[in-house]
Design a protein around this ligand. Structure first.
Ligand code: AMP
Length: 517
């Protein structure tokens, strides 16, 4: 069950449909994309000396070549290692070395940076710039039939964001990716052949996963010319194509709503924004729905169970908005069709609805383990369940609400305080643009709540005004004991807030703008 069969089928059943566009220009149809993938597969095997199971890295900004390299790698029976192009050189080197990659495809700037460093990676035989003649020549010789793959063969090594420690490579098998693809159709959204997806978020991550269901449906895959997320460009692409969807991190949704281009954009062609990958704050979601309409679906997943733990489709959002059900809107939805999700206490015992514990996941979409990391695999997969490290609880209707990461929970005076709740509260204050809450050691309480706040442009907020706001909304014991004001929050290459960096800042006490009194 090689997942590259999705493209083989698409080329046969709807070969003349547009497959890839760069910005507003269509570049190729599905027959061409399928043929290019099988030619690249031949070159990988016959010219570049790869054997089934070898790893091939993709260190590329979002670009049209992403699709043919990904499918070419699978077609040849190899394992793709897509790496976020925003990482730093030592991080690339670490992943190349750890995965034992033999070939690396890279966009021009990254290729030249990587070449200087390849000596450090013994396994790596070639770094190929996807805009070079060498790359073009790979398509000139033979083509090959699809290489068979067993369901449990690795297909994608998904290196996790690594907000703490070294990144780990979640082994996603052909079965995992096939189930993820099915899950899109059953739990997230429908896709028509005339629809389009914009890859505005990194294709090495969530957006890349959604290549698969869109290939299955024969929909158009649009790569923004900037290779990234620029609201003005996104609005132009939405106007150009029909039935447009994209995957967006919550911060991208916020930026779309805030962007100046938003005011005049015609978004009638926008079909669905699938958001996830981090907490979506209720206020941000409501504003986005008020502006763009009922076009939002949510997924909750992690590299180890990609895009596939829970989902909340557009119909559920619409119903929650209609009935004013904020709790439902703030949830991450219901478990997807092909997984089992359980909330467990520290000993792994299942907890009833209403009780808070760790989110555990089991099923055909859960990774096989971590690449070359047996101890981390045994820890994370203890008892056959994926231990997500997320804390949450089910309600009586089976909707899951995430509280926080286990390691981010603050225990003050013996009571658990979930930073997410305080963040939601502070974000509902009009003077607050962004916020992140952590705990600091406290002699009296064990831990005390500290809020790092980015004020909204032109807003003058004080700790006293934020304190008053918190007292109106949440229990007194939960309110921050201290506010720190920052110009921006430290984030990693995926846009996730680095709470570890905030903890370090708290200790070193540098770089902080003192609170206004
Ligand atoms: P990653 O493996 O880098 O994709 O990070 C996965 C983590 O992001 C999860 O374990 C959650 O903590 C968080 N996450 C993913 N989706 C959501 C969501 N819809 N709401 C809240 N947090 C999320």
């Amino acid at each position: 069950m090689n997942v590259a069969n999705l493209l083989v089928r698409a080329a046969r059943s709807h070969g003349s449909r547009p497959a890839v566009a760069l910005g507003e220009s269509v570049l190729s149809d599905y027959a061409t994309l399928g043929a290019r993938a099988s030619r690249l597969a031949w070159a990988l095997r016959e010219r570049l000396g790869c054997r089934p199971g070898d790893r091939v890295a993709i260190i590329m900004k979002n670009s049209p070549a992403y699709l043919e390299t990904l499918f070419g790698i699978w077609h040849a029976g190899l394992v793709a290692v897509p790496v976020n192009a925003k990482l730093a050189l030592p991080e690339f080197t670490y992943i190349l070395e750890h995965s034992g990659a033999k070939v690396c495809f890279a966009t021009p700037k990254l290729a030249s940076a990587l070449r200087g460093d390849t000596g450090k990676v013994p396994s790596l035989a070639s770094v190929i710039d996807t805009e070079s003649d060498t790359y073009a020549e790979l398509f000139g010789a033979g083509a090959m039939a699809l290489t068979p793959a067993a369901p449990d063969d690795p297909a994608w090594l998904f290196y996790t964001s690594g907000t703490t420690g070294s990144p780990k490579g979640a082994i996603l098998t052909h079965r995992n990716l096939a189930m993820m693809t099915s899950g899109y159709f059953s739990d997230v959204d429908t896709i028509d052949g005339d629809d389009a997806i914009i890859h505005a978020a990194p294709m090495s991550h969530g957006s890349g996963m959604y290549i698969l269901p869109h290939v299955a449906a024969g929909a158009l895959q649009v790569i923004p010319e900037s290779g990234g997320f620029d609201p003005e460009e996104i609005f132009a692409v939405i106007e150009r194509f029909q039935g447009v969807s994209f995957f967006a991190a919550p911060t991208m949704v916020r930026r779309l709503t805030d962007s100046a281009a938003n005011a005049n954009a015609d978004t009638s062609n926008l079909k669905t924004v699938v958001y996830g990958g981090g907490p979506m704050y209720l206020e941000d979601l409501k504003e986005a729905i008020a502006r763009f309409g009922n076009k939002f679906a949510q997924i909750y997943g992690q590299g180890e169970s990609p895009m596939t733990i829970t989902a909340m489709n557009k119909a559920i959002h619409a119903e929650a908005i209609r009935s004013g059900d904020d709790e439902r809107l703030a949830s991450v939805g219901i478990p997807q069709t092909f997984v089992e999700v359980c909330i467990a206490d520290d000993s792994g015992n299942a907890l009833p609805p209403g009780e808070v514990g760790e989110v555990l996941v089991r099923g055909d979409i859960v990774m096989k383990g971590y690449w070359e990391a047996p101890e981390a695999t045994a820890r994370t997969m203890a008892g056959g369940w994926l231990h997500t490290g997320d804390v949450g609880c089910f309600d009586e209707q089976g909707f899951l609400t995430l509280k926080d990461r286990t390691k981010d929970v603050i225990i003050s005076g013996g009571t658990n305080i979930y930073p997410r709740e305080i963040e939601e509260t502070l974000l509902s204050h009009e003077g607050v643009a962004e916020v992140s809450v952590i705990g600091r050691p406290d002699r009296e309480w064990g831990e005390a709540v500290v809020a790092f706040v980015v004020p909204a442009a032109g807003a003058s907020i004080t700790p006293a005004s934020l304190d008053t706001h918190c007292l109106e909304c949440i229990a007194r014991f939960k309110r921050p004991r201290e506010y720190r004001f920052l110009e921006e929050l430290p984030k990693n290459a995926y846009g996730k807030v680095l709470k570890t960096a905030l903890r370090d800042e708290l200790e070193s006490n540098t770089g902080i703008v003192p609170p206004q009194q």
